[in-house]
Design a protein around this ligand. Sequence first.
Ligand SMILES: O=C(O)CCC(=O)C(=O)O
Ligand SMILES: [Fe+2]
Length: 159
Amino acid sequence: MHSRAENEFRLLHYPATPVSELATGTATRIAEHTDFGTITMLFQDSTGGLQVEDHSQIGSFRDVESSAPTDIILNIGDSLQRLTNDTFKAACHRVTYPPNVKDNGVDIIPERYSIAYFAKPNRNASIRPLKEFITEANPCRYENITAWEWNNLRIAKLY
Ligand SMILES: O=C(O)CCC(=O)C(=O)O
Ligand SMILES: [Fe+2]
């Protein structure tokens, strides 16, 4: 399913931004979203600001703090959620101001660098739920669609 290595590699640079703009929503670093592929490997610098939504409390986001810049954060993406028929749920995440900046009286959040490696199924592969994840109690939840069709549907919705 990943034999063609149709993956994506993204180098991100977020410029320094006033806290007030992020707090009021005039600016965003990256708005909440799920990734489209199966698994994303994420490397972040020490600036912070990455948050993930708590599946048990939808709408509430928790800070993801790395203990070292060499830490790798693994995110589940939509394709793995579909393939596993919701057994593994995609992680909804976003980047905003780092924890505690408001209390520390910081006006400008420093620039931020991160690297994301998106593992994606072969474009022509179906991401219909695998039969191992379909049971009477958990019937098939997703239509048959290729990874590329799904990718393009998500892009069309975002932009
Ligand atoms: O910069 C980050 O840590 C997150 C980037 C991200 O979520 C993405 O590019 O999909
Ligand atoms: Fe992402």
